[in-house]
Design a binder for this molecule. Structure first.
Ligand SMILES: [Zn+2]
Length: 223
């Protein structure tokens, strides 16, 4: 994942790209597809077929909020977490997946936040519209995963219907200080909670407290 992440940084973390960058989009989508298929704890397990990958064209406001949050995490951690230099360097940025559903038929290769569908049941569009700030997420945090197979176990429980497709939002995430679910103390400062799941606890899910820490970059639409 770390080498892949470096490649993704080079290709995907650029900003201000016009939505007509077809060659950029094809390369980026191929990489995202490969990362998703390779991010499994069990390679023998069949993953759902990927129908398409869409890029989210982040607005300047979305990017500024994300970078501002990163700086807050870095400042807060300065001098505190000597064993976690990544927090002071980049806020402990990770590439994570969030499973949800999508009701609209997005025909373009790029999702523009000002052109989202109006369907209240389309979770992808509503999560992008409200920057993950839903009442459920405010109460419970945002559940993310590094592993595609664990995510697809959740996906099997997500109902799909005639017009509802399962979708994975690929997110840049400022994880900051991560504590294990079993070690959470009331008086302790942390930014996210890790929860082991899957066989032999090889997979880690992450619950992010602050929605500003999550920036949607791609949507993988599953069959
Ligand atoms: Zn929609």
């Amino acid at each position: 994942m770390s080498n892949s992440l470096q490649l993704v940084r080079m290709l995907l973390f650029q900003t201000g790209l016009p939505s007509c960058c077809i060659s950029y989009d094809i390369v980026a989508r191929n990489i995202i597809e490969k990362i998703f298929l390779a991010s499994t704890t069990n390679p023998s397990k069949q993953l759902p077929t990927i129908k398409k990958v869409l890029r989210v064209n982040n607005t300047i406001d979305m990017l500024e909020k994300f970078e501002k949050y990163r700086e807050t995490v870095k400042k807060r951690s300065f001098g505190q977490y000597k064993n976690h230099p990544k927090i002071t360097v980049d806020g402990n940025e990770l590439l994570q997946f969030h499973i949800t559903t999508m009701s609209c038929c997005y025909e373009h290769m790029v999702i523009n936040p000002d052109e989202l569908c109006k369907d209240p049941s389309c979770c992808v569009c509503r999560l992008i519209q409200f920057s993950f700030r839903t009442s459920y997420n405010s109460k419970n945090g945002i559940l993310l995963s590094t592993n595609s197979d664990v995510l697809c176990e959740h996906a099997n429980r997500v109902s799909k219907g005639m017009n509802v497709k399962r979708a994975v939002i690929v997110c840049r995430t400022i994880a900051g200080r991560v504590v294990s679910k079993d070690d959470v103390k009331l008086d302790e400062e942390y930014d996210s909670i890790s929860i082991a799941s899957g066989l032999h606890s090889r997979s880690q899910n992450l619950v992010i407290k602050d929605s500003s820490a999550v920036l949607p970059r791609f949507i993988i639409v599953l069959d």
